[in-house]
Design a protein around this ligand. Structure first.
Ligand SMILES: Cc1cc2nc3c(=O)[nH]c(=O)nc-3n(C[C@H](O)[C@H](O)[C@H](O)COP(=O)(O)O)c2cc1C
Length: 358
C-alpha cells in the first residue's frame, strides 16, 4: 500500500529494489563526473532558513498557480522520456497522479504511449515538452496533434543540442529506446536558434515555456522574445557537466526577468524545504524529475501521489515553522547562505538510506 511509505526515502529504496540496474542508472545518473547533478543538491543545501515566530500559522495554504493553472503545492512533474521503462503505464502514470493530487504534468515528446493516448487518459491539465527532430513542416505536424489533443502549453527544451555523456549508461552498454531509434534527426535540435524558437512558438500558438535556461543573459533574451515561462534547468545534470547548481542561478535570473515572465526551476528537488527555498527566491514552482521516477518505480501512479502527499506535508510544516501561511508571503528574507553539512549526491538529502544506492 502506497500509504505505508512514511518518507520519500522509503520510496527510493523500493524503486531500487524494483528497477533493473540499467533503468536505475538511466533514471538516477547524470553526465560524466556528475558534478552538475551534485551541485544542484549543493546549491540547495547551501541555503538556510530565517524563521519568524509568533505568527498565527494554524492554517497554511500551500497552493499556487502557474500560467493560471492551480497547483495544490508549488510542484509539477518534469518531462521524463522512456517512462514506460519505469512503470508499465508510461506517461499515463504521472498524468493520473497529477489529476488525483491536483497538479500539472509535463509530457515528454520521447515517452510512451502516444501523446494522444496520454492526453486522453485524464482530464487534468497537461503541458507538452518538445524535442525538435525535423524541419518546420515536422514541427507543424506534431504541434497540430498536440493542440488537437488539448495540451494547455508548449515547453521547448533547449539544453540538449548534444546528448550528454551519461557514463552509467555507456558503461552498461545500454541506451534508452528513444536514443536507440535516433538517426541524424537529432541534428535539428543542435541547429536551433532564437529565430527557430520564435517560429516554433508561433506555430504552437500556446502559452510557451523555455526549458533549459541557465543564465541571466539568456533569460533576458527569452523575455524579449515573449516567452511566458522561463524554466531554469540543467536537465538534472544529465547534459553539460561542470555547470552551476540551478539554485545558484535563480537570483540572477529573477533579477533579469523582472517579473515579465513566470519562473519554474528544477534540479535536485526532493524535499519540502527545497521547494520553499525556491519559492522564497522567486520561483513560482519547481518540477521533480528523479523523485518522480523513483516514486513511479516504487509503486506506479499511487507511489507518485504518495510522494506528493509527503512533500505537501513537508512544505506545510516548513511554511508554518517559518511563520508564513501563504506562498506569496515567502521572500528572499526567509533564506540566507549557509555551509552544507554533507557531501552532495543525488540522494544525500535522504540521510537514513542504508547507503548511497548505486
Ligand atoms: C529519466 C529522465 C528522463 C528525462 N527525460 C527528459 C525529456 O524527455 N525531456 C526533457 O526536457 N527533460 C527530460 N529530463 C530532465 C527532467 O525534465 C528534469 O529537467 C530533471 O530531471 C530535473 O532534475 P531532477 O532529476 O534532479 O529533479 C529527464 C530526466 C530524467 C531523470
Amino acid at each position: 500500500m502506497s500509504q505505508d511509505f512514511v518518507s520519500n526515502q522509503e520510496l527510493v529504496v523500493q524503486a531500487r529494489r524494483n528497477l533493473p540496474q540499467s533503468v536505475w542508472d538511466y533514471l538516477s545518473g547524470a553526465a560524466e563526473s556528475e558534478t552538475t547533478m551534485r551541485r544542484n543538491r549543493l546549491a540547495l543545501d547551501s541555503l538556510a532558513f530565517r524563521p519568524r515566530v509568533l505568527v498565527d500559522v494554524s492554517k497554511v495554504d500551500t497552493s499556487t498557480t502557474v500560467l493560471g493553472h492551480k497547483l495544490r503545492i508549488p510542484v509539477m512533474m518534469a518531462p521524463i522520456g522512456s517512462l514506460q521503462l519505469i512503470t508499465p503505464e508510461g506517461a499515463v502514470a504521472p498524468a493520473k497522479a497529477a489529476e488525483e493530487f491536483g497538479t500539472v504534468n509535463f509530457v515528454s515528446s520521447v515517452t510512451q504511449p502516444a501523446l494522444e493516448e496520454t492526453a486522453a487518459s485524464t482530464r487534468s491539465d497537461k503541458i507538452f515538452q518538445l524535442y525538435i527532430r525535423g524541419d518546420l513542416t515536422w514541427v507543424e505536424e506534431i504541434l497540430g496533434r498536440v493542440k488537437q489533443s488539448g495540451y494547455k502549453a508548449l515547453c521547448l527544451t533547449v539544453d540538449s543540442a548534444y546528448y550528454g555523456n551519461r557514463e552509467r549508461q555507456l558503461m552498461n552498454r545500454w541506451l534508452p529506446p528513444s536514443k536507440r531509434r535516433e538517426t541524424s534527426d537529432r541534428l535539428w535540435q543542435a541547429k536551433l536558434t532564437w529565430e527557430t524558437m520564435d517560429a516554433i512558438k508561433e506555430i504552437g500558438g500556446l502559452p510557451f515555456i523555455l526549458k533549459g535556461v541557465a543564465t541571466a543573459e539568456d533569460a533576458a533574451i527569452a523575455v524579449e522574445h515573449g516567452v511566458d515561462v522561463i524554466y531554469i534547468s540543467n536537465h538534472g545534470g544529465r547534459q553539460l557537466d561542470h555547470g552551476q547548481g540551478t539554485m545558484d542561478t535563480l537570483p540572477e535570473i529573477v533579477q533579469a526577468v523582472g517579473g515579465k515572465a513566470e519562473i519554474v526551476i528544477d534540479g535536485g528537488f526532493l524535499r519540502g524545504t527545497d521547494v520553499v527555498k525556491a519559492v522564497s527566491l522567486g520561483a513560482k514552482a519547481v518540477t521533480i524529475g528523479k523523485l518522480q521516477g523513483w516514486a513511479l518505480g516504487a509503486a506506479g501512479h499511487a507511489g507518485l501521489v504518495r510522494a506528493l502527499q509527503l512533500l505537501e506535508n513537508e512544505i506545510t510544516v516548513t511554511m508554518g515553522l517559518l511563520g508564513v501561511t501563504r506562498v506569496d508571503q515567502l521572500g528572499p528574507a526567509h533564506v540566507c547562505k549557509a555551509t552544507a553539512t554533507a557531501p552532495p549526491t543525488e540522494m544525500s538529502t535522504f540521510i537514513n538510506l542504508p547507503q548511497r544506492l548505486l
